[in-house]
Design a protein around this ligand. Structure first.
Ligand SMILES: [Ca+2]
Ligand SMILES: [Ca+2]
Length: 282
């Protein structure tokens, strides 16, 4: 039991790299702890070169007497670091060893693996670390964006939507503003009724989700005289105006073609004339 009190006091040795969200460039610490005096430390880092590049590695200037040699190879995603200190680095408590400057080059995530970390003591014996905590660069959440081939026109209006989202989304949810939805990446939607429509796109991935709303993005107008919404003046529309005149259908002032503020036989005649081509416009 005496030995446990005395011998158990020796701390476990650790080397660690943090877990972070990285937007563009950041300086991240490699820290060590549990070491009374290290005369040398070496470690390697491997990472996904499609996601991050390591720009620079600098030694902690507050540790006197250190010299450092690094080799950075972003073509394969690997660095090797060697630090020598003839005084012995005191790092019983967590101590900043080096600053790693990282730049994001892709939107995904990457584990920064600490490979083969070793330290030499004052007897110049090489030791491994008890605990190695790898770094983790979290993937970026996607950002929603989209466009459309057209944003206005007479009903029925068919619109091709194009996803312009960034951050590699894996899911799409479109709301077209008329009650219809789609989970395609690049959907097509046909608006049948006149009106202004707000379009929402929500994109998602394992890293998160984002929604872009474009208020009143799509404006659908009515072809003059097209009351049944098929994009043209046809016999159904001619009949409908006739029904309005005899009050079998509610009057719609869009059918007041002769401009006297009521629906009358002149309007019924005008749409019939237009339909057969006796007049050029309503
Ligand atoms: Ca029609
Ligand atoms: Ca009229």
């Amino acid at each position: 039991m005496v030995c446990m009190l005395v011998c158990g006091a020796s701390a476990e040795t650790r080397i660690m790299f943090p877990e972070i969200s990285l937007e563009d460039t950041a300086d991240l610490p490699v820290t060590i702890s549990g070491i009374a005096a290290a005369t040398g430390i070496s470690f390697e880092l491997s990472y996904d070169r499609e996601v991050i590049h390591i720009e620079d590695i600098t030694a902690n200037s507050e540790i006197p007497g250190s010299s450092m040699v690094v080799r950075i190879d972003n073509d394969i995603g690997h660095v090797k670091v060697v630090i020598v200190n003839t005084e012995g680095i005191s790092a019983v408590e967590p101590t900043l060893l080096t600053i790693i400057r990282l730049t994001r080059v892709g939107s995904g995530g990457s584990t920064v693996v600490i490979q083969d970390p070793r330290w030499s003591d004052t007897q110049l014996v090489t030791n491994s670390f008890d605990v190695v905590l790898n770094g983790n660069i979290k993937a970026m959440a996607p950002a929603a964006n989209f466009t459309a081939n057209t944003t206005s026109g007479p009903a029925p209006l068919t619109v091709w939507f194009t996803d312009l989202s960034t951050g590699n989304p894996t899911g799409w949810f479109w709301s077209f503003g008329d009650g219809a939805t789609s989970t395609k990446q690049n959907p097509t939607h046909t608006y049948t009724a006149p009106g202004n429509y707000t379009v929402n796109l929500t994109v998602s991935s394992e890293a998160g989700s984002d929604t872009l709303s474009r208020p009143d993005y799509i404006t659908v107008t009515r072809v003059k005289g097209d009351f049944n919404g098929n994009g043209e003046v046809d016999i159904g529309d001619v009949s409908k105006v006739a029904y309005m005149v005899v009050e079998k259908e509610p009057a719609d002032l869009a059918a007041d073609f002769n401009g006297n503020d009521r629906i009358d036989i002149g309007d019924a005649a005008k749409i019939a004339y237009y339909f057969v081509g006796k007049i050029g416009e309503l």
